[in-house]
Design a protein around this ligand. Structure first.
Ligand code: SAM
Length: 289
């Protein structure tokens, strides 16, 4: 595998541009090419897709994605210092690489990539800033129509575990229900905190998401949010009690909603399957309209 033509060492890029990690932007860098290559390979065949990378920082993962064959890569970075620091990748990869200064939380990434000449379909790749990892993945999961075909995302380990959690586990909650109602989710591997510079306080894990087919994707994400917020907001209580808040927004009662969804009012939220929550969301929607 080649790392590309004449690229300066990553640590030199950081040193020569005075790129001290800025905590406000959740900056923890990966310098180990073996690790970044392992993450890049989770994108699968990159010949038929364009990559959107969120938060390239000094470009460790970016290099690996380009070296592993990214047809085109559009990087979206909030910290303007890195846009100039990534000039060496622009010189080496020319039209295959574009860096755009934007906040991924508010940006329309696909639109930015299209304006930069990418046609899609898109694969999202990111070593996500911890402070915005959850809102960003929720934004991508809830997007309809779905504009990405795979997402390879590094989270703090605890968040990764909450995304892939199964009913009955302590990590199972709103995030698992939302994520698995919209995408197939798997935890690929974990990384110790020491793999990053500077090391964060917690370990990390990479999650691979693939949107579920159109007919399997649960569409009413708003209703799903309402019922999961209510049910998991008081997870020790029975659903009959914890769902009172969601039911109060309808002409129905918690018991009637649960009955309509075929769920036991005496059960607790963490025992209810993904499909069970979807049935509850549909019952809430019917009772509200
Ligand atoms: N990809 C690099 C790596 O693996 O070494 C850096 C990863 S670092 C954990 C997160 C990166 O996301 C930083 O470069 C940070 O400036 C950037 N970032 C933070 N918040 C962002 C936002 N809202 N939109 C876009 N980029 C953001």
């Amino acid at each position: 595998m080649s790392t590309g033509p004449n690229l300066p060492a990553l640590r030199d890029v950081v040193a020569s541009h005075g790129l001290g990690a800025d905590k406000r932007f959740g900056q923890h860098f990966l310098f180990d090419l073996n690790l970044t290559t392992k993450i890049a390979r989770l994108c699968g065949d990159m010949s038929g897709a364009d990559i959107i990378e969120i938060g390239p920082g000094p470009g460790g993962l970016t290099r690996a994605l380009l070296a592993e064959g990214a047809r085109r890569l559009v990087a979206i970075e909030k910290d303007p210092r890195f846009i100039t620091a990534l000039d060496h990748l622009r010189e080496a990869y020319r039209e295959r690489f574009t860096a755009i200064e934007a906040d991924a939380l508010s940006a329309d990434e696909a639109e930015l990539a299209r304006a930069a000449g990418s046609a899609g379909p898109f694969i999202i790749a990111s070593n996500l800033p911890y402070n915005v990892g959850t809102p960003l993945v929720l934004k991508w999961l809830q997007a309809e129509p779905v504009w990405w075909r795979r997402a390879v995302l590094m989270f703090q380990k605890e968040v990764a575990e909450r995304i892939v959690a199964e009913p009955g586990s302590s990590a199972y909650g709103r995030l698992a229900v939302m994520a698995q109602s919209r995408a197939a989710c798997r935890l690929a591997f974990t990384l110790p905190a020491r793999a990053f510079t500077p090391p964060p306080k917690v370990d990390s894990a990479v999650v691979v998401l693939e949107p579920l087919p159109e007919d399997a994707r649960f569409k009413d994400v708003h209703a799903l949010e309402i019922v999961t917020a209510s049910a998991f907001g008081q997870r020790r209580k029975t659903l009959r009690r914890s769902l009172a808040q969601a039911a109060s927004q309808t002409a129905s009662t918690a018991d009637a909603l649960l009955h309509a969804a075929g769920l036991d009012p005496g059960a607790r939220a963490e025992t209810i399957s993904i499909k069970g929550f979807q049935a509850l969301a549909s019952a809430w929607r019917t009772a509200r309209s």
